[in-house]
Design a protein around this ligand. Structure first.
Ligand SMILES: Cc1cc2nc3c(=O)[nH]c(=O)nc-3n(C[C@H](O)[C@H](O)[C@H](O)COP(=O)(O)OP(=O)(O)OC[C@H]3O[C@@H](n4cnc5c(N)ncnc54)[C@H](O)[C@@H]3O)c2cc1C
Length: 280
C-alpha cells in the first residue's frame, strides 16, 4: 500500500448529535448555488480565509471549518440556504430537502448543521497502469487502489477514472495474461492455533472510529498521531490473540490494519501536502 495518509475529507457532512456511521453529505453544489457557511452567531467565517470563501477547494473549506470548531468549541457549523424559495429548494435538491426534513430541518427556514467527514481514500493498494499490484497476479482498481492519478489531493467527482478506466484495464490485463501467469497458491494468513480470545467486535470497531476521528482528522499533530498509533497497535495486539471465526472480527482486523497504515503514513510524512495537513 502507499500514500495511505492522503484522505479526502468532505467539508459538509450533515451533523446530527448521536448519529454515527455513514453520514449524509450536503453536496457542494449547495454552496455553489449560494449556500453560505456560517457559525452559530451567523458570521460567514470563510470570508477572508480564502479569496473564494465558501467556494474554496474541499481541503481548505474542511480546514476552515475545523479551525472554526476549534475556536468556538462547538460540534458543527451551518449552511444557510434560507434566502432561497422553498419550492425552488424542493425541486432543485429533492434528496437533501427530504433527508433534512426527515430529521426535522426545513432547509428553507433552518440552517443545515454540518461538519467535515472522511470521504475518499486517495492512497491504497499500489497499482500500475494495468491495475496490477506489487503481488504478481493480484489486481486492484477503484477506490481501493492507489494509481497516483489523484496526486495528493483528488478533485471532486472523478472516481469514475479509478473505477471505469482502471477496472477495464484490469479486466483486459487479466484476459491477456496466460493462465500460467495467474497466481494459484497465494496463502492468506491464518489465525494462530491455541487458546483464542473472544473480543467485543462492535466496541472495538467504535474505538477505532473514535481514535481515528480524534487523532487523524483534518489537521494532524505528531503528538496526536503517536497516540493514535499506540491505541491502534494495542487493538492489533488484542486481535492477534483473538478468535477469528466470526466475520465481524476479521473485518475488524482489516479495519485496524488500515487504520494503522493511515496513522503510520501520516506520522512519516512531516510536510503538509494536498489532503494531508500537519500542524507540527
Ligand atoms: C456519499 C458519497 C458521495 C460520493 N459522491 C461522488 C461523486 O459525486 N462523484 C464521484 O466521482 N465520486 C463520488 N464518491 C466516491 C465514489 O462513490 C467512490 O469512490 C466509488 O463508488 C468507489 O467505487 P469502488 O467500486 O472502488 O468501491 P465500492 O463502491 O466501495 O465497492 C466495493 C464493493 O466491494 C464490496 N465488498 C467489500 N468487501 C468485500 C468482500 N470481502 N467480499 C466481497 N465484496 C466485498 C462492497 O460491498 C462494495 O459493493 C462519493 C462517495 C460517497 C461515500
Amino acid at each position: 500500500v502507499r500514500s495511505m495518509e492522503f484522505i479526502q475529507f468532505h467539508p459538509t457532512g450533515l451533523y446530527i448529535p448521536g448519529e454515527s456511521g455513514r453520514t449524509f453529505l450536503i453536496s457542494e453544489s449547495v454552496r455553489g448555488e449560494g449556500g453560505l457557511l456560517k457559525n452559530s452567531s451567523g458570521e460567514r467565517f470563510m470570508v477572508g480565509k480564502h479569496e473564494l470563501a465558501e467556494l474554496a477547494p474541499r481541503d481548505i473549506v474542511a480546514r476552515g471549518i475545523f479551525r472554526e470548531l476549534e475556536r468556538s468549541g462547538e460540534q458543527c457549523v451551518y449552511i444557510d440556504m434560507t434566502a432561497e424559495d422553498e419550492e425552488h429548494l424542493k425541486k432543485r435538491y429533492p434528496t437533501i430537502y427530504g433527508e433534512c426534513l426527515r430529521r426535522g430541518i426545513n432547509i428553507s427556514k433552518d440552517r443545515i448543521p454540518v461538519s467535515p467527514v472522511q470521504h475518499y481514500m486517495i492512497g491504497g493498494i499500489a497499482a500500475g497502469l494495468n491495475s496490477m499490484s506489487t503481488v504478481d497476479g493480484l489486481y486492484a482498481c477503484g477506490e481501493a487502489a492507489s494509481t497516483g492519478v489523484h496526486g495528493a489531493n483528488r478533485l471532486a467527482s472523478n472516481s469514475m477514472l479509478e473505477c471505469l478506466v482502471y477496472g477495464r484495464r484490469a479486466a483486459e490485463s487479466i484476459n491477456a495474461a496466460s493462465a500460467a501467469a495467474r497466481p494459484t497458491d497465494f496463502e492468506l494468513p491464518r489465525p494462530s492455533a491455541g487458546k483464542l480470545n473472544k473480543v467485543d467486535a462492535p466496541a472495538l470497531r467504535e474505538k477505532i472510529r473514535a481514535v481515528m476521528s480524534e487523532t487523524c482528522w483534518v489537521i494532524r499533530t505528531e503528538k496526536g498521531l503517536r497516540r493514535g498509533l499506540k491505541e491502534i497497535s494495542g487493538i492489533l495486539k488484542t486481535l492477534s490473540e483473538a478468535d477469528m471465526s466470526e466475520k465481524s472480527v476479521m473485518e475488524l482486523l482489516n479495519m485496524a490494519q488500515v487504520a494503522h497504515e493511515i496513522l503510520a503514513g501520516a506520522l512519516a510524512r512531516r510536510e503538509s501536502v494536498g489532503a494531508h495537513y500537519r500542524e507540527d
